[in-house]
Unconditional design. Structure first.
Length: 333
């Protein structure tokens, strides 16, 4: 199938591009490079030994999107393009609504103009907010706690309305938990600019000596060892989940929200220990106060993904840590 990946040069999209291309799909990548680098494309071509078309552009440019859809005979879209920093979304909500919500409206207009109706959307566990119960299932109330999460919820609702308006639409909103890890080649992975906000890339930079020590945000939570617990999912599992969603939409119409996680929470300390084992390096760390806005623990119910997509995550926390260390040593030193 000819599949357009918006935000195609980004972290999750690049891994998904590999999985799709290796399964015989033709992927076309579209990205404004606001949080990624064009050099990713050459690495994708090296991994897949295929030519991967790349178009530099903004998803808010409806006309350019429409042209790409026509020229590349696009049959389905995976919409990764968006901004994802919670802190930045609090400081500049307009930027977030403009990119994430307006960007999706523009994409939908381009799709509609071309009679295209298969869409997978990158949503987030952040749509659930403060847990009323755990693990979160897809029926859990949706109360995001920041503008970033609001943009994801608004897009989900908009897509639901669109699919109610016309039964031809086929939409999967994939609610990712905490994606980490890298492709086994070590050629692509997560490479945030500046000092990372998220745990795994921060730990990787401490292990490699680029940062002096990890601050652990609180060890007095009501969790197994007092540190925060999350449902970390290997990005290659996540990538395979996208392919399963595309296959699912071939056979099913309507709007579907699906958690993509492992269903297993791991603590900050477990991740740190796992990374020390994978890298053979000690991770200097200190306990500091809780990070404002952090939840103690959250993780997914994964039955829906298994039932609808026939997909479940396979890779362990150790494999996540090993792949990040492999990427760190091969591509980041
Ligand atoms: P990423 O920043 O690596 O990838 C997003 C890509 O979109 C970047 O390459 C960026 O340049 C591009 N982009 C942003 N705005 C654009 C625009 N207006 N037009 C065209 N391209 C644009 O992030 P990622 O981690 O790969 O996340 C992909 C998607 O998954 C995002 O929508 C994100 O909100 C969502 N998500 C990510 C996580 C996570 O932890 N990484 C968790 C849940 C959901
Ligand atoms: C963050 C985002 C969330 C996003 C997710 C993607 C916030 C409030 N939430 O979630 O919207 O979907 O990333 O993966 O930013 N930690 C430390 N030290 C650090 C960094 C993190 O102890 O230097 C701890 C945190 O307190 C948390 C855990 O590590 O317990 C994971 O943190 P992080 O990787 O930032 O992810 P989330 O907080 O789950």
């Amino acid at each position: 199938m000819n599949i357009l990946l918006t935000g195609g040069a980004g972290y999750i999209a690049s891994h998904t591009a590999v999985v799709l291309a290796q399964a015989g799909h033709q992927v076309t990548l579209f990205d404004n490079l606001s949080n990624s680098q064009k050099s990713v494309i050459a690495n994708l071509e090296a991994i897949t030994a295929k030519t991967i078309p790349f178009i530099e552009g903004d998803v808010r440019d409806t006309q350019l999107l429409s042209q790409v859809i026509t020229e590349h005979h696009i049959e389905a879209v995976i919409h990764f393009a968006g901004l994802k920093s919670v802190a930045q979304s609090v400081e500049d909500p307009i930027l977030y609504y403009a990119n994430n919500v307006q960007g999706t409206i523009s994409l939908l207009e381009a799709m509609q103009a071309n009679g295209l109706n298969k869409l997978v959307f990158s949503s987030s566990a952040t749509v659930y907010g403060d847990p009323e119960y755990l693990p979160y299932d897809e029926h859990h109330p949706l109360k995001p706690m920041n503008p970033y999460g609001q943009t994801k919820l608004q897009v989900e609702e908009m897509l639901h309305d669109v699919s109610r308006s016309n039964a031809d639409w086929r939409v999967a909103c994939l609610r990712y938990f905490n994606p980490v890890g890298a492709h086994p080649s070590g050629l692509i992975g997560e490479n945030p600019s500046g000092i990372p906000n998220n745990l795994m890339p921060y730990v990787a930079r401490v292990a490699s000596g680029h940062l002096p020590e990890l601050s652990i945000f609180g060890n007095d939570y009501d969790t197994k060892d007092g540190t925060g617990e999350r449902d970390y999912i290997h990005v290659m599992d996540l990538a395979e989940g996208h392919m399963a969603a595309i296959d699912f939409l071939e056979k099913h119409s309507g709007w579907h929200a699906i958690n993509l996680g492992t269903g297993q929470p791991h603590s900050v300390m477990e991740l740190v220990t796992g990374f020390e084992k994978a890298s053979g390096k000690a991770i200097p760390r200190k306990i500091v106060g809780r990070r404002p806005g952090d939840l103690p623990v959250y993780f997914a119910t994964v039955d829906q993904a298994q039932k609808l997509l026939g997909w479940s995550a396979k890779r362990s926390l150790d494999e996540m840590c090993e792949s990040v260390w492999n990427f760190q040593t091969k591509s980041m030193s």
